[in-house]
Design a protein around this ligand. Structure first.
Ligand code: 6R9
Length: 635
């Protein structure tokens, strides 16, 4: 079966086929990929344990699919275009042949440093081509990568390294983002004080920040590559993997406790990212695809690295930020490289919108043919601005709903196929079976309804487990509703059957498209020595979508309010990372609790939203007076 549908009628036919014959459908899709050995069975599953296996018995290496199979036909074509943070610095282009050579060399480096199939490798790097090379080299040698976003703190990195028992870390001296230079190796040094499993650290030179290199543990990327070059080694035969062998772990926040390591496997993830990339973006050979996400998030994994490369696409990778040196940066990049597909986030659109039309004026955006949005609900104003000013009303916008756990796009228009509607992710992709359920887990049928979004049948890109703790996977995703995967999102289905995601229904915030667990932020705030307890909720924020609002009990604070606010912010930054810093901190004498001691977050959420008229039933509160005080002091 062709990966791309070409009309809405064809979409409907294929969708119906994927419902009635899911295994046949996915087998036909999987035929479009490179396997060393095909599957004996397409699918084995139950959502009880859960146990999900796709393409059983199949053998492959995803990098042969993403690189080797294109060498004959596209060898000299650009695989990765890299635009540095500083527009004055030269950009780089890696052809498929060059990418192949670099991935092979670095695979040797990994092997020379003791890496074996199944080992876990932590990658903490800036957005440079070597990050993609490191990811692909791990996959080529059969090691499991765990990429940690460059904005996370030493403590967060340490938690992730310990959880996955990583044996090696790949990092750089430092990185550039906007007018900031951020250290990376020194952050890793701080993290590794707590990590006994790590035997080696490979350090790339990027910012030339001074670093301390430990004898026997730390080696330079360039030195290691030079050794391989001196030995004249060019090819590295990819290690054969089973379809269900782990490909990577990516940590993401949930509603409780520490982030969990979402596990994706080789075969299903390859098929799902390649298929959704080709179909939703209707990628045509030669087009330049620019996804503005960081590879530290799932969007970068699936739609900068694996999805585009598996389809022989040209992926543009950008080191910097959209507002530096000025708010015209993305448009300059589009113009410079004649970008065809621009895939970005509502938070970026809203932020750029705030600078007015000036930075867009005079920029040649005529190369653009398709636009995409991901990470959070897109408001209508931002949708229309994107459509008018950037797409000049001729580029379809694909508002793609999906999650780290899903591996790839789930509910989304198909470019030039599905009629779009502002604010709507529209319809499920072939193979995806969404359902809305009420609090009791009863399916809500028909249109013009809303409920909690679940998926009732497996798809190849879905998570298989949470690393080292399968029970957590079961309770988080498969225990709320029987025989369904629960997304944690609320959703409505309009009269046309179109889906609109309304946001999280659990205690997870979405700040600038980043998932942040309120419990994680509370734990970090509570580590500050003056703090007795705290409660964190979200509130609507013009640019970030949601902001972080913290109610903090701090009866004997050391210094004044503002100093303590700064100290608490610093604590969160140190424990989690700057992305989780509270936007507002309100000191309160107590938190609204029920007689059984549960914090009534519903009330705090209302106060944070500024909706204090309508707090609902407060009769179960232990001390209703505290609510009046909090209302009076709201920020
Ligand atoms: C890919 C990614 C997942 C959460 C998800 C939902 C929100 C993502 C969205 C969207 C509305 C969209 N989300 N895409 N909400 N419309 N098009 O972002 O993964 O970081 O795991 O976040 O993001 O709430 O549950 P992840």
């Amino acid at each position: 079966m062709n990966l791309q549908v070409k009309s809405f009628e064809e979409y409907q036919d294929v969708y119906n086929y994927s419902l009635s014959e899911p295994e046949k459908f996915w087998a036909e899709i999987a035929e479009n990929f490179l396997w060393r050995k095909k599957w004996d069975q397409v699918l084995e599953w139950n959502f009880k344990e859960p146990q999900i296996k796709w393409f059983l018995g199949a053998k492959l290496n995803i990098t042969e699919n993403c690189i080797d199979r294109h060498l004959d036909t596209l060898g000299d074509k650009p695989a990765i275009i890299w635009e540095p943070n500083d527009p004055e610095e030269d950009h780089r282009i890696l052809s498929y042949k060059q990418l192949h050579q670099k991935v092979c060399q670095f695979s040797h480096v990994l092997q020379n440093n003791g890496v074996k199939k199944g080992d876990r490798i932590c990658i903490y790097m800036p957005m440079v081509p070597e990050l993609a090379i490191a990811v692909l080299a791990c996959a080529r040698v059969g090691a499991i990568h765990s990429v940690v976003f460059g904005g996370f703190s030493a403590q967060s990195i340490a938690d992730r390294i310990v959880d996955a028992e990583c044996s090696l870390v790949i990092t750089s001296d430092g990185g550039f983002r906007g007018n900031k230079e951020t250290p990376m190796k020194s952050v890793i040094d701080d993290a590794l004080v707590q990590c006994r499993s790590v035997k080696k650290v490979i350090v790339l030179t990027r910012s030339r920040t001074p670093v301390s290199m430990l004898k026997g543990r730390d080696v330079w990327w360039e030195d290691e590559v030079r050794k391989v070059e001196t030995n004249g080694l060019t090819d590295f035969p990819a290690v054969e993997m089973d379809a269900e062998d782990m490909l990577f772990i990516l940590y993401t926040s949930g509603s409780t406790g520490k982030p969990k390591g979402v596990v994706h496997t080789c075969g299903g993830y390859m098929v799902y990212t390649g298929y959704t990339f080709a179909n939703v973006f209707q990628y045509q050979t030669g087009e330049v695809h620019f996804c503005t996400a960081d590879i530290g998030w799932i969007t970068g994994h699936s739609y900068i690295v694996y999805g585009p490369l598996s389809q022989g696409a040209t992926a543009l990778m950008f080191e910097g930020i959209p507002t530096w040196p000025d708010a015209g940066r993305l448009w300059n990049i589009v113009q410079k490289f004649k970008v065809n597909i621009l895939y970005t986030a509502p938070t970026a659109i809203r932020s750029l919108m705030g600078y007015g039309d000036g930075p867009v004026a005079g920029k040649d955006l005529s190369s653009l043919t398709k636009l995409g949005s991901v990470g959070e609900p897109i408001n209508e104003e931002a949708w229309h601005w994107f459509d008018d000013k950037i797409g000049h009303n001729k580029c379809p916008i694909v508002d793609t709903w999906w999650q780290t756990e899903n591996g790839g796009l789930m509910i989304s228009p198909i470019a030039n196929v599905t009629p779009t509607k502002p604010g709507y992710a529209t319809l499920p992709l072939p193979g995806v079976q969404p359902v809305l359920v009420d609090e009791n887990g009863k399916e809500i049928e028909g249109n013009g309804v809303s409920g909690n979004l679940c998926i009732k049948f497996p798809w190849p890109g879905m998570l298989r487990t949470t690393y080292g703790d399968h029970e957590r996977c079961r309770t988080t995703y498969f225990a709320t509703y029987q025989n369904m995967y629960f997304t944690g999102d609320g959703c409505l289905r309009d009269e046309d059957g179109y889906y609109r995601i309304t946001g999280r229904v659990d205690d997870v915030l979405n700040v600038s498209g980043h998932r942040i667990g309120t419990a994680e932020v509370e734990n970090a705030i509570n580590m500050h020595s003056d703090v007795v307890e705290s409660a964190v909720v979200g509130y609507p924020h013009d640019i970030k979508g949601q902001g972080v609002y913290a109610f903090v009990v701090c009866p004997n604070m050391h210094g004044n309010d503002n100093l303590t606010r700064k100290d608490i912010t610093m604590t969160v930054s140190r424990i989690i990372g700057p992305i989780a810093k509270p936007d507002k901190i309100q000191f309160v004498s107590g938190l609204p609790k029920t007689r059984s001691g549960k914090i009534m977050r519903r009330i705090l959420r209302k106060i944070a939203e500024g909706d204090t008229e309508n707090l609902g039933d407060t009769s179960t509160l232990l001390d209703p007076a505290v609510v009046e005080e909090i209302k009076a002091g709201a920020l």
